[in-house]
Design a protein around this ligand. Structure first.
Ligand SMILES: NC(=O)c1ccc[n+]([C@@H]2O[C@H](COP(=O)([O-])OP(=O)(O)OC[C@H]3O[C@@H](n4cnc5c(N)ncnc54)[C@H](OP(=O)(O)O)[C@@H]3O)[C@@H](O)[C@H]2O)c1
Length: 212
């Protein structure tokens, strides 16, 4: 059972996920790229209740870890610290921020599959990437609410089921898209990316990708 969510990245996305997780009743451990002291003040102000740590401490002390670092920085995270962990990949390849990343751009697979090669011993699940960080908190709704939106999840079935419960508690209907390769259907440039969908609408959008 997930009680503590660890977040690598205390920027825009990491902070929004951290606040959402705290509101949902999870304990939150969070890290930037450096020592805990570097983010103590900002965490205190922007994410009160979250516990600042180093990245290695976050990985070791959390039931599930969220990767919320810029894509061009993912190799600065030590893969050994995430071995055996369920890891949510929120990252998108965003050229204006990331520059030219040939390993992503030239690979026909989805970016999460490239990332999964690096975190080979982690159980990588793609989600939380197709909603804007500013929408995460404002769009969250309780289960059954008519305006509840959905978020897609791609990854192996057992890990995806764990993540689905987290997404549900965050205030969104989880829609399972299939294995990690299916995540390409909700990357930047896809019809799903940046849109708002009910669970039925999202499942319909993802259907062709599953059938392909
Ligand atoms: N913009 C959106 O609405 C949106 C939505 C969904 C997903 N995304 C994706 O989410 C990711 C994060 O975006 P962002 O806008 O939150 O970036 P951001 O504001 O630049 O924040 C990035 C954070 O990652 C930290 N970081 C870098 N290397 C790290 C490491 N090795 N260990 C731990 N933390 C590390 C940085 O810490 P330092 O300051 O110490 O370097 C910073 O706190 C990107 O891949 C983006 O594509 C964006």
């Amino acid at each position: 059972m997930v009680t503590t969510i660890g977040i690598l990245g205390a920027g825009r996305v990491g902070s929004a996920i951290a606040r959402t997780a705290l509101k949902a009743g999870y304990a939150v451990h969070i890290a930037g790229s450096g020592p805990a002291a570097d983010i103590e003040l900002i965490v205190d102000i922007v994410i009160p209740g979250a516990v600042p740590m180093t990245a290695a401490e976050v990985a070791a002390s959390s039931d599930l870890v969220v990767l919320a670092v810029p894509m061009h920085k993912f190799r600065s995270v030590d893969p050994a610290t995430l071995a055996g962990r369920i890891v949510i990949d929120t990252m998108n390849y965003w050229q204006p921020i990331d520059g030219e990343l040939d390993e992503i751009a030239a690979d026909p697979r989805g970016s999460s599959e490239v990332v999964a090669d690096y975190f080979a011993d982690a159980r990588l699940v793609k989600t939380l990437n197709h909603i804007g960080y500013h929408d995460l908190e404002t769009d969250a709704r309780p289960a059954g609410h008519p305006e509840r939106h959905a978020l897609a999840i791609a990854g192996d079935a057992d890990a995806a089921a764990v993540v689905a419960e987290v997404i549900n508690r965050f205030g969104f209907d989880p829609v399972l898209a299939g294995p990690l390769a299916s995540g390409v259907a909700f990357e930047p440039g896809s019809p799903v990316f940046g849109g708002r969908h009910t669970a039925a609408e999202l499942a319909a959008e993802l259907e062709p990708a599953e059938a392909a």
